[in-house]
Design a protein around this ligand. Structure first.
Ligand code: PLP
Length: 352
């Protein structure tokens, strides 16, 4: 319906569609890539100690202490770090900071479906690089954008592009900013952080939402040279990260031992999941993330499997479309959750 009070581009856009957040005790939720383990106990301890006084006042607008903790861990200086209200905020700020009105935004298609939504909001065009069934990426020719969002490992496939390829890609893209979205990199065996300090056009982004089990906290951060980082500071909202989030993020990042432990557990469960799916005849893409993309054996259809699992209160993610429509994306849960999933899948497959 037309409403002249609403901007044209907003009227025309569909908006981002997030994964379902079903309620209920017995739901097995494997659809939005949350970590199945609780956050570090140090986080809860810190939460309980928070004083009312620290809420009466505005939070630190530049997240100084949190950025120091992040910088120390990464071995860079505070000026190379920016913190956002979730990494989703940083994606939007990057569009604000690096894309002119006549510029364009690029990304791999399929990858994170928020990217084109951000472009629509900024009224700039998109030039996706299309991938195929294996999700591998070809080096583009005659390709130019102001900002490229590069999800690595890729979502929804879990496929990781190696650092050497990423480096060549970024060098080729030097007339624009490449933001490497490493939301899942803690589950992978290599990362591209060095590129943020050695190439002038590269930002590397991380989040506490997946590997640190803190999707509810909304903290993401990004590394880059001081010029790019300063541009993000210029365009951000005054107090973009709240006082509680800053304090709890510090507690989480400092508990390195716990972090390593839950990552190891997720990776071990992922390897078991991949093996079991293959035994059942699924085609599984190699995953460096905390989820797997699996194509069921004929005659089982992915959409049917997704719906049948949902009837049993097991939520996975189904993305219609040419490349993704024949598979489902399964977030790695606890052993118990995965056992329930496999039980259900076996039952469904036998009836097909
Ligand atoms: C989950 C996810 C994010 C969002 O992270 P937040 O820090 O929770 O905003 C960003 N990029 C990709 C590819 C993701 O899957």
């Amino acid at each position: 319906m037309k409403n002249n009070l609403i901007a044209k581009n907003v009227q025309e856009m569909k908006g981002y569609v997030p994964g379902e957040q079903p309620n209920g005790k017995n739901v097995v939720k494997l659809n939005t890539n949350e970590n199945p383990y609780p956050p570090s106990p140090k986080v809860l301890q810190k939460l309980k100690s928070i004083q009312a006084e620290s809420l009466r006042r505005y939070p630190d607008p530049v997240c100084k202490t949190l950025r120091e903790v992040i910088a120390r861990k990464a071995g860079c200086s505070v000026g190379n770090v920016f913190v956002g209200n979730g990494s989703d905020e940083i994606l939007a700020l990057a569009a604000r900071a690096f894309v002119d009105n006549d510029g364009a935004i690029g990304y791999v298609e399929p990858s994170y479906s928020l990217y084109p939504v951000i472009a629509e909001l900024h009224r700039v065009s998109v030039i996706p690089i299309f991938t195929v069934r294996d999700f591998l990426l070809q080096m583009p020719k005659n390709y130019k954008v102001s900002l490229f969002y590069l999800t690595n490992p890729n979502a929804p496939s879990g496929v990781q592009y190696d650092v050497e390829f990423i480096k060549k890609f970024c060098i080729k893209m030097r007339s624009g900013v490449v933001l490497i979205d490493e939301a899942y990199v803690d589950f992978a065996s290599e990362h591209a952080l060095d590129l943020a300090f050695t190439l002038k056009n590269v930002l590397v982004m991380r989040t506490l939402s997946k590997s640190y089990s803190l999707a509810g906290l909304r903290v993401g951060f990004v590394f880059g040279n001081e010029e790019l980082i300063s541009a993000l500071f210029k365009v951000k909202d005054s107090y973009n990260v709240d006082a509680i989030a800053q304090q709890l993020a510090i507690a989480a990042i400092k508990d390195e031992a716990y972090f390593r432990r839950i990552i190891r557990a997720v990776i071990a469960e992922r390897e078991r999941t991949v093996a079991l799916l293959k035994q059942l005849g699924f085609e599984v893409l190699p995953s460096a993330a905390n989820f797997v993309f699996a194509r069921p054996p004929a005659p089982v259809r992915a959409e049917f499997l997704f719906k049948e699992l949902k009837k049993r209160d097991i939520f996975v993610r189904y993305f219609p479309g040419k490349i993704t429509g024949d598979g489902i994306r399964i977030t790695i849960g606890t052993s118990n959750q995965m056992a329930k999933l496999f039980n259900a899948i076996q039952g469904i497959i036998e009836r097909c």
